[in-house]
Design a protein around this ligand. Structure first.
Ligand SMILES: [Zn+2]
Length: 180
């Protein structure tokens, strides 16, 4: 769930839009490769920092996953240090998704639980989808299942994401059943 605060007009941010344009997740991964950043598993923290975004890993209340915010002209992504590292990675990717897709629309995105049933906020759905595409690129994901393992824990370890994130991604890519 996101609480959106301080709605601003698009034009108010026009001077702050340098850096990444609205890039599809695949283009962002190509850019990471060009910068020599590992993509599987994705070095998400390094990728975020390469765009001049500050990363803070700090203890937060348990229900808070993290946030993306603009302060004094600098974008910052913060994640909850008390959460599992795999969950932190998904949060980082989710916030980067907000940055790439939605930063024109507001200056602060506050995220609590990222995976909720019946998520209806389109920006949250898009940020989750973006994160899944960054951390589990379709081609590599399918290739791993085809050539290495169909085991969910094995896939989760390979991409350094939670088993739950793997299940959601697999379902969205058309894999059915309890296993893969
Ligand atoms: Zn969000």
């Amino acid at each position: 769930m996101a609480v959106i605060k301080r709605r601003v007009k698009k034009t108010d941010l026009s001077h702050l839009t340098s850096g990444v344009k609205q890039l599809a997740a695949q283009e962002l991964l190509s850019e990471a490769r060009r910068k020599g950043i590992s993509t599987v598993p994705l070095d998400i923290e390094r990728l975020i920092k390469s765009f001049g975004i500050k990363v803070k890993i700090v203890p937060m209340d348990d229900e808070v996953s993290g946030h993306l915010s603009l302060s004094d002209g600098v974008w910052e992504i913060a994640v909850n240090a008390l959460h599992h590292p795999k969950r932190q990675r998904f949060t980082l990717a989710h916030e980067l998704g907000h940055y790439v897709l939605h930063r024109w629309q507001c200056q602060r995105f506050e995220d609590t639980k990222l995976f909720r049933n019946n998520e209806s906020n389109p920006m949250e759905v898009q940020a989750n989808d973006y994160a899944a595409n960054l951390l589990m690129p379709e081609v590599e994901f399918k290739e791993y299942i085809r050539t290495v393992s169909k085991n969910i824990d094995s896939i989760a370890d390979h991409f350094k994401v939670s088993a739950y994130a793997v299940r959601v991604r697999a379902k969205n890519l058309g894999f059915g059943g309890h296993g893969l």
